[in-house]
Design a binder for this molecule. Structure first.
Ligand code: PLP
Length: 367
């Protein structure tokens, strides 16, 4: 074992396989290039300046964030083109947003006329802010319906301080799909929802330059649909056991793992030092039963992490295990995005040799 082997780290530790990260980013970049569309990765997955920069170096046109605070961290490091894919409306946030728009090209989501008017009012006296309408393609979270887009777009054109240039959606319901066919069909519907909305606006004389889609299960398929101009995958930088369960990736694509130690061995179970504060409680979308346990222990198919308390991961054994007290294992988490947000830094390695340490810069930035 070399002095900088991952096994020398104390646990729990967040490990990032640089070879796999580069491969995953290269693949997304190629898909965007092959289809002649933009790539605007969602950085809520990694919250890392270093990884955002790797994405930009590979041709990303800018980044997507969920939180204003994430945008502030990225702008402070010199990233200049950001979609805040969230319908901001509070006074405090709009004040900060005004400051940020002086430093970078910021676009925000609009999902109601009421919110559009609040944003318009907040930008009175400032340069107009660019906005994209968020349309609902089946996730039933934020977003207006297709048949409401034209009315909203028409009203927005009357507001002097906001400037509409795009329409976007996120097909997060693809996480509940139970077959690849279903994922493809959701991808088609996701793209069509944006295209139908854009056509309605353009027929009424409102140009919609940006037609943006993207979730990790659907982006490869949506990218090929004519008229779509942008993809925004987040999780695909890392992949995880949810994506493996969906058939979107294999365990060998998963770049992010958690290094755990065996803290205790009992007759019928093993306890790891990784509980919900290291692995998170996610088990995939409601309705999708393809995720087993709370992460996959690499090289130990006999071990299933069946329950988590905050500091303990309790695993049952389906056969005799060679694992003994103090042994270290790598666990592929079920949901990489929430796990990254639980750690201070990535221990970056190539072939299990540590080559760097990167902070999770926007960790915990949720306002
Ligand atoms: C608006 C928006 N775009 C893109 C994404 C990226 O999705 P995924 O992580 O599945 O690639 C998300 C995820 O929540 C999102 O909310």
């Amino acid at each position: 074992m070399t002095n900088n082997s991952i096994l020398k780290l104390d646990t729990p530790a967040l490990l990032l396989d640089l070879n796999l990260l580069e491969k995953n980013l290269d693949e997304i970049s190629s898909i965007a290039k092959e289809n002649n569309i933009s790539w605007r990765p969602h950085i809520k997955t990694h919250k890392s300046l270093q990884i955002a920069k790797m994405q930009l170096e590979r041709g990303a046109c800018g980044i997507t964030v969920a939180k204003l605070e994430e945008a502030e961290v990225m702008v402070a490091a010199g990233i200049v083109d950001i979609l805040i894919a969230y319908p901001l409306s509070s006074e405090q946030k709009l004040e900060r947003l005004r400051t940020l728009t002086n430093q970078a090209k910021i676009t925000i989501a609009i999902d109601s006329l009421e919110q559009a008017k609040i944003v318009d009012e907040a930008f009175n006296g400032a340069s107009p802010i660019t906005v994209w309408i968020k349309v609902n393609s089946g996730l039933n979270r934020c977003g207006v319906e297709v048949n409401e887009v034209l009315d909203l777009a028409t009203e927005i054109t009357k507001l002097p301080n906001i400037h509409l240039t795009g329409i976007f959606t996120h097909a997060g319901h693809s996480y509940a799909a139970t077959s690849l066919e279903q994922i493809k069909s959701i991808a088609k519907c996701e793209a069509q929802t944006v295209l139908d909305s854009a056509i309605l606006c353009e027929q009424a004389g409102i140009p919609i330059k940006h037609r943006s889609i993207g979730s990790t299960p659907t982006f490869k398929y949506g990218a090929t649909i004519d008229g779509i101009t942008e993809i925004r995958p987040g999780n695909a930088a890392f992949y995880d056991m949810c994506q493996v369960g969906l058939g979107v990736a294999t365990a060998s694509n998963c770049a992010l793992t958690v290094l755990a130690s065996v803290a205790s061995v009992k007759k019928d179970r093993i306890i790891f030092d990784t509980g919900s504060k290291a692995l998170a409680l996610d088990q995939g979308a409601h309705g999708n039963k393809s995720v087993v346990g709370f992460g996959s222990v690499i090289g130990h198919p006999e071990v299933t992490i069946e329950r988590l308390s905050e500091e303990h991961g309790v695993a049952t054994l389906s056969a005799t295990s060679t694992l003994a007290l103090t042994d270290k294992v790598q666990i592929i988490p079920n949901h990489a995005c929430v796990v990254a947000n639980l750690f201070d830094e990535y221990n970056v390695h190539r072939n299990s040799v540590i080559v760097d340490s990167w902070p999770v810069d926007a960790r915990g930035k949720m306002r």
